[in-house]
Write a protein that binds this ligand. Structure first.
Ligand code: M6R
Length: 626
């Protein structure tokens, strides 16, 4: 969703802001803009469209200066137009603001401000914050008896008071970056529910909504917490909590490097990330397999063995792809650890009130760690006293920080909007978790050892799976023109079917539905005809022959069949129109290999249909609004 970048230092700020906005493009956006503070005031360049177009505008109308803010907007209030793009001015230009999040009481505030004579140019909720800031700044100036700012400009404390007074009136979520025309060399940031990270450099300070714009500039970062306000300048960083006063910044080390956020020769991030999976699964396993004890090592759960043995139910909560990984987790935890497990859509759980005893352990599963619904569901569970842990990729994200503990994926930045490597890493971590719980309860030593051996082998199996790429490309060539797809699988491969269908619809805009293969005859089979291909995930396993029967039912109705099957499976080849082979692995590990041809299939179909695979329409990488 929207992205923020800011800078106070000595560089030509437009260059830094533009590069930062390019790095934030993956989050999804429809317009972009920057504001630069200089001796002559605040200058803004903004427009609907891509960051590259904003770059052309800045090239033709440059704005010199070394303090500024920038934004990529994903429209919520008002269409993606030049006027609705951020930054927004407040008052008569004394303030410029960029904003992530949603100001829920913007309508009533807008009316109040209009009555005071403020003129609104945009339809955004953000402009309310801009005018409020100007209003409270002028109030402060009046109260302090200042006739106007002198040569030195305004005192930072005065601006801070205006920010505090404004925030007190806002309801909703915000990450704000603010420039005051009369406060040279300074930018102010504030957070409530929308992430902001500050980078500390030598004689420069950076700001961004995630760490990617900071990579290569600094390794020292501070994650702002809710209700904190930061004052950034070339030489200093000051953080205040709105209710408790001065905060000592907790400086952390940024581990991301430039190559993590570059394409490294791949045409798209999605393809790069698909190909990273042998490595990312290995990263998820690294240091977490204990052959001597035949169990997993789960260092960050922050719960003692005694506390964990008390747990009698697990709730996994997530959205989208992470929810699909959760479904695989449910099957694993129930089969291995005999642990009753439920998977809840975070958007539902946050408002539902299901009975949960004090022996229920909650896991929030999230790549970004910023998904608004997942964060809210997690907070709700914490409020009710449940130990709440995170399975998360982004270090320092809101969910990672607010959870009582958890497990990092260590998959590196996932930039393609379609989640790929995060899914396989989540499934890997959930497999480790199931092993860990199982070995604490009843699983035998030899079984634990067998699972460890199979897990160690997975990076190699995933590498081998990638050899299906050429075949997938051929299938995509023959099938990309169809407009409806069914994805069918059973047991561990049912969530894979859901995930395959989601991948196809989100990047190629083709209607696709995932179903448990046997459920198909209770309704969806009515959709089957020559124009509706079914993608069957049918590696060998306990109910393989039952899925073969489901496949026959589709063929009998002339539905084209694309099958994902185990190497050398000729029975499937006799029925299906197309077979994409994957290596044979244990049933519980099949999602890790079967997901990969489905990721590649959606990638190639989307390309053939001329879609932007990394930045599909209407979507955002992390969904930070409700
Ligand atoms: O960052 P999260 O894992 O919390 O994101 C959840 C979903 O928004 C995400 O998985 C989404 O469904 C992806 N675009 C799927 O590819």
């Amino acid at each position: 969703m929207c992205g923020i970048v800011g800078y106070a230092g000595f560089r030509n700020v437009s260059d830094f802001l533009l590069e930062g906005l390019h790095r934030l493009e993956y989050r999804g956006y429809d317009s972009a803009g920057i504001a630069v503070l200089s001796e002559t005031g605040i200058d803004v360049r903004k427009r609907a469209g891509r960051v590259t177009e904003l770059g052309m505008l800045i090239e033709s109308q440059p704005i010199p200066g070394s303090v500024g803010i920038g934004h990529t907007r994903w429209a919520t209030h008002g269409e993606p137009t030049d006027v609705n793009s951020h930054p927004h001015f407040g008052g008569s230009g004394e303030v410029a603001v960029v904003h992530n999040g949603v100001i829920e009481n913007y309508d009533s505030l807008r009316k109040q401000l209009q009555q005071l004579g403020y003129v609104f140019r945009s339809q955004t909720d953000t402009e309310v914050a801009a005018h409020l800031l100007a209003h409270h700044l002028n109030e402060q100036i009046r109260l302090e008896g200042l006739g106007g700012s002198g040569e030195e400009g305004l005192d930072t404390d005065l601006c801070l008071k205006a920010v505090e007074a404004t925030l007190a009136r806002l309801k909703g979520t915000y990450g704000l970056a603010i420039l005051f025309r009369e406060c040279p060399g300074t930018l102010i940031a504030a957070r409530c529910g929308s992430p902001l990270v500050i980078g500390i450099g030598e004689n420069e300070s950076f700001l961004a909504s995630d760490a990617s714009p900071l990579v290569g500039y600094t390794k020292e970062v501070v994650y702002l917490s809710d209700n904190e306000i930061a004052v950034l300048s070339q030489s200093a960083l000051r953080i205040e909590h709105r209710h408790t006063g001065k905060v000592r910044p907790s400086i952390q080390t940024l581990s991301q490097v430039n190559s993590d956020i570059e394409l490294n020769g791949f045409p798209h991030y999605m393809l790069k990330e698909i190909y990273e999976q042998p490595q990312t699964v290995e990263n998820a396993l690294r240091g977490r397999l204990d052959s001597e004890e035949a169990t997993a090592v789960m260092g960050g759960l922050n719960l003692s063995a005694k506390e964990l043995r008390r747990i009698d139910r697990i709730v996994l909560t997530a959205c989208g792809t992470s929810w699909h990984a959760g479904l695989v987790g449910e099957y694993l935890l129930e089969e291995f650890a005999r642990m009753p497990t439920e998977v809840e859509y975070a958007s539902e759980l946050r408002y539902r009130n299901p009975p949960m005893s004090d022996r229920t352990l909650v896991f929030a599963i999230t790549q970004s760690g910023e998904t608004a619904d997942t964060l809210a569901a997690m907070r709700e569970c914490k409020r009710k006293g449940h130990p709440t842990l995170a399975i998360c990729n982004v270090v320092g994200s809101s969910i990672a920080r607010e959870a009582d503990g958890g497990i990092y994926l260590h998959a590196g930045p996932e930039i393609g909007v379609a989640s790929t490597k995060a899914f396989t890493s989540q499934v890997t971590v959930l497999t480790l978790l199931a092993l860990y719980f199982a070995r604490m309860r009843h699983m035998s030593f030899p079984t634990g050892q067998r699972i460890i051996k199979q897990l160690r082998n997975m990076p190699e199996m995933i590498q081998k799976t990638l050899e299906c790429h050429d075949k997938v490309r051929e299938v995509a060539d023959r099938y990309y023109h169809f407009n409806n797809y069914l994805y069918l699988g059973r047991l561990y491969n049912f969530p894979v079917a859901l995930e395959g269908a989601l991948k196809l619809k989100e990047i190629s805009y083709i209607h696709a539905e995932g179903y448990p293969a046997a459920e198909m005859k209770h309704g969806p089979i009515a959709l089957v005809d020559e124009q509706t291909p079914s993608v069957f995930i049918i590696p060998r396993g306990a109910i393989y022959s039952k899925v073969i029967s489901n496949m026959e039912e589709i063929r009998a109705r002339r539905g084209p069949v694309i099958a994902i099957a185990c190497e050398g499976d000729l029975d499937v080849a006799r029925i299906a129109d197309e077979v994409i082979y994957v290596p044979e692995v244990e049933e519980y590990l099949q999602p890790l290999v079967c997901a990969i041809p489905l990721q590649l299939l959606s990638y190639h179909i989307a390309l053939l249909r001329g879609c932007n695979v990394d930045r599909p329409r209407n979507l955002a990488k992390s969904v930070t609004v409700e």
